[in-house]
Design a protein around this ligand. Structure first.
Ligand code: NOJ
Length: 570
């Protein structure tokens, strides 16, 4: 090469390649553990009794960890287990730093953490800090005198505020949110029952104490918290019970503090809010709490289950689809409370009541149903299976309530939400193998279709066609579909109003799930946007080769299919 060409190249090459050396900003792959975890919620007291006193305990739970592992659980969400008078089933905490002696000791808890870790699982716990029990020493002190040391840890008013009868969480059972403390002649604020006085988060000492509580439990091996009653924690006191101001910075602070102590700890918030509000909770860039239950979608899903009308649910899914990359929705079918239908229209709610909870005794707080899923679905196996397949394929982390994997029933003789908190049904032995005591502290469901002779874990695990076995298989398949929790999702057109089709993309992989909400076969036709193969993840009898961009299949009544596009392996 002569000198002139070399000089020309020396001038031209840098000009032509200008800008090419700008490396795209490095983006690490979002792969947070909580985005794809299978979460299992249980109450220690009703799970398994190890010492024959009639109540479940920590050692009983330890005995059953292998069952949870076998089911495919990644994260155990423990309902409140701290010392408590138990007036709201533990959501009335009397000591944040202890273990309820009825459930075990601090040593038992440490052993639980070790055994969970050993099995590669995690524990998150309820953090109930909106309020304490009225038996908590702080409140006892606070109500002892107007100038007491802990007085400002709670919210007081000399007069009953004008909207004091508004904003009750338990209408029908509760009749005010301000109760007179006769000793000091002032009213204290309580969003929930009157034995649950709200803490005053405007007081920096309360925030500091909350940090200590978080730090303490992280030190015990906890991986995160299910933060109870989030919209009420962040209420600014005295700005009204109906539409109080909300302090969203609190959520950023608590998130920051938690991660300063343990980088991968996560907070799962209980906040039943409108879709447009959720960004305030997650944070514009995911700087708020990491996870929230998708209550909004859940209520519309129940409307779809009850009526077959999918439109409001699809809309709810679309309205809740835009969240930051590190944020995640938690989906559930049943939880420990009533199914809250408060965000449906009166007409929609009535239709769900008619189909799923027609007796007034099945309804609660003017907004919900206090039944388990199986009775609500008339124990129809096809519907239950479709519902669970859907749960495991919705774009978020699935949360299962103990016993739902068996199709357990409810006990409507028990008050309020206790109906769905009966002891776990392990075997067909006396008291469902839950306890060896003569009787359990809360009755076991003994009779009828949902009685423990019919519905128990041992019987179902022996049966390869049982709901339990099917759900374990679903979890197994879900774990091989990282697209669901980590990818992007779109609802596909299928030409059928009764079929929900969702397509996921993640890391070069793609998945399509189909669910038929009708009690009759339905044709679904959809396009995958080009030629390709669909691999059925359930029915592995052969693959469907698509000759053109369109594809059509028939789903049986309440049928479901999961396909991976172009290659079956995850
Ligand atoms: C929400 C919980 O889910 C519920 O069970 C409890 O009663 C209230 N918060 C009060 O803590």
């Amino acid at each position: 090469m002569n000198m002139r060409i070399i000089c020309l190249l020396l001038i031209l090459v840098p000009l032509l390649t200008k800008g090419q050396d700008k490396v795209a900003p490095r983006k690490f792959k979002e792969n947070y553990w909580y985005k794809n975890s299978i979460i299992y919620n249980l109450e220690i007291g009703v799970f398994k009794d190890s010492d024959g006193d009639g109540r479940g305990d920590i050692n009983g739970l330890i005995q059953k960890l292998d069952y949870l592992k076998m089911l495919g659980v990644d994260v155990i969400w423990l309902a409140p287990f701290q010392p408590s008078p138990g007036a709201d089933d533990g959501y009335d905490v009397a000591d944040y730093y202890g273990v309820d002696p009825k459930l075990g000791t601090a040593g038992d808890f440490a052993e639980l953490m070790y055994q969970v870790r050993k099995r590669g699982m995690r524990v998150i716990m309820d953090l109930v800090i909106n309020h304490t029990s009225d038996q908590h020493p702080w409140f006892k002190n606070a109500r002892s005198a107007r100038n007491a040391r802990y007085r400002d840890w709670y919210v007081w008013s000399p007069k009953k505020p004008r909207d004091g009868d508004k904003g009750m969480v338990f209408p029908g059972v509760q009749n005010t949110v301000w109760t007179l403390d006769s000793a000091t002649n002032e009213y204290y604020y309580h969003r929930f029952y009157k034995f649950q006085p709200d803490l005053n988060f405007m007081n920096p000492e309360v925030m500091q104490e909350t940090q200590r509580i978080i730090g303490y439990w992280l030190n015990q091996g906890i991986s995160g918290f299910r933060l109870d009653a989030v919209p009420f924690i962040i209420e600014v006191p005295h700005t009204g019970s109906e539409k109080p101001k909300l302090d969203f910075d609190f959520l950023k602070d608590i998130r920051q503090f938690t991660q300063s102590r343990q980088a991968d700890a996560a907070i799962l918030g209980e906040a039943n809010v409108e879709p447009k509000e959720s960004v305030n909770y997650f944070g514009e860039n995911g700087e708020g709490i990491q996870l929230m239950f998708n209550f909004f979608a859940n209520q519309h899903l129940f409307y779809a289950f009850a009526t077959g009308d999918l439109k409001p649910f699809k809309k709810a899914m679309e309205e809740t689809s835009e969240i930051s990359q590190s944020s995640q929705w938690a989906y559930f079918l049943r939880n420990h409370d009533e199914i809250d239908l408060g965000r449906l229209t009166d007409r929609q709610r009535q239709r769900v009541y008619d189909a799923m909870g027609p007796d007034t005794n099945m309804q609660l707080y003017d907004r919900g149903i206090r039944r388990r899923l199986a009775p609500m679905m008339n124990n129809d196996r096809r519907r239950l299976e479709m519902a669970y397949s859907l749960l495991f394929s919705l774009p978020g982390a699935p949360v299962i309530r103990y016993g739902e994997e068996l199709g357990m029933g409810d006990d409507l003789r028990l008050k309020e939400r206790l109906s769905v908190r009966t002891p776990m049904q392990w075997t067909s032995a006396k008291n469902a193998g839950f306890t060896t005591a003569d009787s359990a502290f809360r009755p076991v469901i003994g009779d009828g279709a949902y009685g423990f002779m019919n519905i128990n874990a041992e019987k179902q695990w022996r049966d390869s066609s049982s709901l339990l076995t099917r759900i374990a298989a679903m979890i197994n398949i879900r774990k091989a579909c990282p697209e669901i929790g980590l990818g992007t999702s779109t609802i596909l057109e299928t030409g059928s109003e009764d079929v929900l089709a969702i397509r996921y993309y993640y890391d070069g992989k793609s998945l399509i799930t189909l669910h038929n909400f009708a009690n009759a076969p339905r044709k679904a036709a959809f396009s995958i946007g080009g030629r390709g193969n669909l691999y059925d993840l359930w029915d592995k009898k052969g693959d469907q080769v698509i000759e053109n961009a369109g594809f059509s299949l028939e789903l049986p009544a309440y049928g479901y299919r999961w396909f991976r596009v172009d290659g079956i392996l995850p």
